[in-house]
Design a protein around this ligand. Structure first.
Ligand SMILES: Cc1ncc(COP(=O)(O)O)c(C=O)c1O
Length: 464
């Protein structure tokens, strides 16, 4: 059988045959963990009950809501958060990557405090926002950039820029890919399997409340499918938007050569390539995923890690495409764009996110991945490990996951048990069943040991 290797800058390790885990036993353990959840997270439950009267689901982003109820936090410092139940938890979510440099990083707070003597919002140009733009252009190897306030805005403006430049309205995206909550981009984010047709040439799934327009969907790691799509529809497709490494269905890394072929096809068919680096960005390495993986997009979307925990995002790219913004073919607007807290964050993150510091975090991440891998082997668990930059995950399938359909074939019961276990045992991972961790500037040996020991205890529990 032909083995497909992943891009050499990414990490994926499989561990050979596993022993099955009895589903009845898993269901029983899920119930055990739910009972424990009631006890150790009771005040979070009460807080959620109070919050739902004024806030839908009691959260300000539906992604923060999960069953039985989300954990309510009171403070955060370094790699740790404290919840209303008084428990200190190791944060492995780190604001979905936005807290790459750690909670209340002293360099960041100092710079943010300084800006409070200067102003918070000019809604006018400033040397401060020019400086921040120059910093990011230099780092990410792009000609021009515009600031926004969220990843959602950045991806929407990027696809509009592509439409303005190419004079085409359609877009292509990857099945299972999440790019924020804009109408066309919600198509096939996590679509139901019974509505999406063939894995090779998927049927786009438009969620009931989205206004989508022309959206085509292709599987990740399948350049042949992309070529078939472009052959038929490139005349109406402005861009392909994709995460270079998928980070919303666990972590799914590109096959060797896949992204290079995507680049060639986009060039051949006159379709712009937009990399959504909202999640990868600095978590992928000092200059982001595109440069690390060696494939240059036409437009790039940035958010989370570039802002040190304040709301900041951006989109940018080559002069030729950003000219659509300059000459008004694509009108980009926003009251808070270029707000000074964000600009201060860019400056300080640029100073502290050195290649050395990121390499140190990455080596801790590799340590976690390798030690967890040893435990997976020892307990013969149906799992494998995936990582990129400072992020990692345990995926509950023996076989590598190369696209959304593979992801849907992973074991969601064990994933749910693992998620509940982690929370009950003082570890926060992002909500949902595609748990992934981030090793921030504030995680050190003690935190890695805590994480790995927790996984060992979970493995023992699973086999008990
Ligand atoms: C890949 C990707 N793109 C876009 C977004 C949207 O970003 P935001 O939540 O800042 O709107 C997200 C959010 O998680 C994301 O993961």
């Amino acid at each position: 059988m032909q083995t497909i290797s992943n891009h050499s800058q990414t990490f994926r390790a499989t561990y050979g045959p596993s022993k099955p885990v009895d589903i009845t036993a898993i269901k029983k353990k899920i119930q055990e963990q739910l009972d424990l959840y009631d006890k150790v997270n009771a005040k979070s439950g009460a807080e959620n009950k109070a919050a739902v009267s004024t806030i839908p689901l009691g959260v300000h982003s539906s992604f923060q809501s999960f069953d039985p109820w989300p954990i309510s936090m009171t403070s955060a410092k370094g790699a740790w958060v404290t919840n209303v139940d008084g428990r200190k938890m190791l944060d492995l979510s780190m604001g979905f990557g936005a807290m790459l440099v750690g909670h209340l990083n002293p360099d960041v707070t100092e710079e943010l405090k300084k800006i409070l003597d200067v102003g918070t919002l000019f809604t006018s140009p400033s040397p401060i926002s020019r400086d921040a733009a120059e910093i990011l252009c230099r780092r990410f190897g792009i000609d021009q950039i515009r600031f926004t306030n969220s990843g959602t805005e950045s991806t929407l403006y990027a696809i509009r820029t592509a439409a303005a430049y190419t004079k085409k309205d359609g877009i292509a995206k990857i099945e299972g890919g999440y790019h924020g909550s804009g109408g066309p981009l919600m198509v096939s984010t996590k679509p139901p399997l019974d509505k999406i047709g063939s894995p090779e040439d998927p049927t786009p799934y438009v969620p009931p409340t989205s206004v989508a327009g022309e959206v085509h969907v292709v599987p990740y790691n399948n350049a042949e499918s992309l070529e078939r799509l472009f052959k038929k529809h490139a005349s109406t497709i402005s861009c392909l938007i994709m995460e270079p490494v998928m980070e919303n269905i666990g972590i799914v890394v590109p096959d060797e050569g896949y992204l290079e072929r995507v680049r060639e096809l986009c060039d051949e068919y006159g379709v712009l390539l937009v990399f959504d680096e909202v999640k990868t960005g600095l978590t992928a390495g000092p200059q982001g995923a595109a440069q690390r993986l060696g494939v240059t997009p036409d437009l790039i979307c940035l958010a989370k890690s570039i802002g040190g925990g304040v709301p900041l995002a951006a989109f940018g790219g080559k002069n030729e495409y950003m000219a659509a913004v300059s000459d008004g073919r694509m009108n980009h607007l926003g009251t808070f764009n270029g707000h000074l807290l964000g600009m201060a964050a860019v400056k300080v993150i640029d100073r502290i996110a050195t290649p050395e510091k990121l390499a140190e975090c990455e080596s801790y991440n590799l340590q976690a991945l390798n030690r967890i891998g040893e435990i997976i082997k020892e307990y013969e668990l149906p799992a494998h490990s995936v990582g990129f930059g400072v992020k990692g995950c345990t995926t509950w399938s023996e076989k590598p996951v190369r696209n959304y359909r593979d992801y849907k074939a992973t074991d969601f019961d064990i994933a749910e048990l693992s998620f509940l276990w982690s929370i009950n045992h003082d570890i926060m991972t992002p909500p949902g069943l595609d748990e992934q961790w981030l090793i921030s500037f504030a995680h050190g040996q003690a935190e890695i040991d805590f994480q790995v020991e927790d996984f060992r205890n979970f493995a023992k529990y699973l086999r008990s």
